[in-house]
Design a protein around this ligand. Structure first.
Ligand code: NAD
Length: 249
């Protein structure tokens, strides 16, 4: 699979984002790792022969400035992976504090939209580009993490809205919805006893969690010319969690 041109990955310093950086680089892209954790971004950039930029996806002015800087210093961005996100697991779903709710929505919903808009503007002008947002199976069916699940449902809606608006300009926008992936974020919740990894595995048809590279391969496919006729879709990569129908996570 070939990935042409410059690919920006938000939240690229860890987990699924870092896996996307590795996969896109292997496929031939020049990778830009964007993260609020600059040291982590620099480490992944060094590994994949790319470059690193600091940005917080919730910062309007900072995101606009970093997008302009990347276009000026690295070149025209062909692919954006809007991946940066945070997880939170309250003991009971409705125990989520409203401060946590707001923070999740600022990063996971508003941050994804802002990332798409600041990088999408130049793509629309050039009439070329591919965006992949990272949603979640939590956004596709009820799950006992209300704030997170509703923010991820919004990511799927944002993906569809932008795909519709930017389709005539040749910019494709698709989502990937991961199932449970043992990234540092989920592993921390497992280690704290907030989630039971055996339950997560048992509830997936394939009896396991999803590997990070499996998400990254789907992202790379959707960003590549192999997916030239695909826009507005939401592709679950969940080892069959959705087909089993369990609320327990
Ligand atoms: P992770 O914590 O391992 O990595 C997230 C990265 O995003 C980190 O490098 C972090 O510094 C960065 N980040 C967080 N907030 C940021 C901000 N405001 N600005 C810039 N960077 C920021 O998490 P992960 O599990 O790899 O999650 C990546 C994405 O995948 C998230 O959108 C998450 O919701 C989604 N997802 C994860 C799972 C899972 O099981 N791990 C399942 C479904 C969806």
């Amino acid at each position: 699979m070939r990935a042409e041109g410059i690919a920006v990955v938000t939240g690229g310093a860890s987990g699924i984002g870092a896996a996307c950086c590795r996969e896109l680089a292997t496929a031939g892209a020049k990778v830009v790792v964007l993260d609020r954790n600059l040291a982590g971004a620099e480490a992944i950039a060094k590994e994949v022969g790319g470059s690193a930029y600091h940005a917080d996806v919730t910062d309007d002015a900072g995101m606009k400035a970093v997008a302009e800087k990347i276009e000026a210093e690295v070149g025209p961005v062909a692919t954006l992976v809007a991946n940066a996100g945070i997880l939170a697991f309250p003991a009971r779903p409705f125990d989520v504090s409203m401060d946590t709710w707001d923070e999740i929505n600022r990063v996971d919903q508003r941050g994804v939209y802002l990332s798409c808009v600041v990088f999408g503007r130049a793509m629309v002008q050039r009439r070329k580009g591919a965006i992949v947002t990272i949603a979640s199976i939590a956004g596709m069916r009820s799950m006992p993490i209300h704030g997170y699940a509703s923010a991820k449902a919004a990511v799927i809606s944002i993906t569809q809205c932008l795909a519709t608006e930017w389709g005539p300009a040749g910019v494709r926008v698709n989502a990937v919805s991961p199932g449970f992936v043992q990234t540092p974020a989920l592993q921390a919740a497992i280690d704290k006893g907030e989630r039971n990894v055996e339950t997560l595995k048992a509830n997936a048809a394939m009896g396991r969690t999803v590997r990070m590279d499996e998400i990254a391969k789907a992202v790379t496919f959707l960003s590549s010319d192999n997916a030239s006729g695909i826009t507005g879709v939401n592709l679950p990569v969940d080892c069959g969690w959705l087909v089993t129908g369990s609320w327990h996570t």
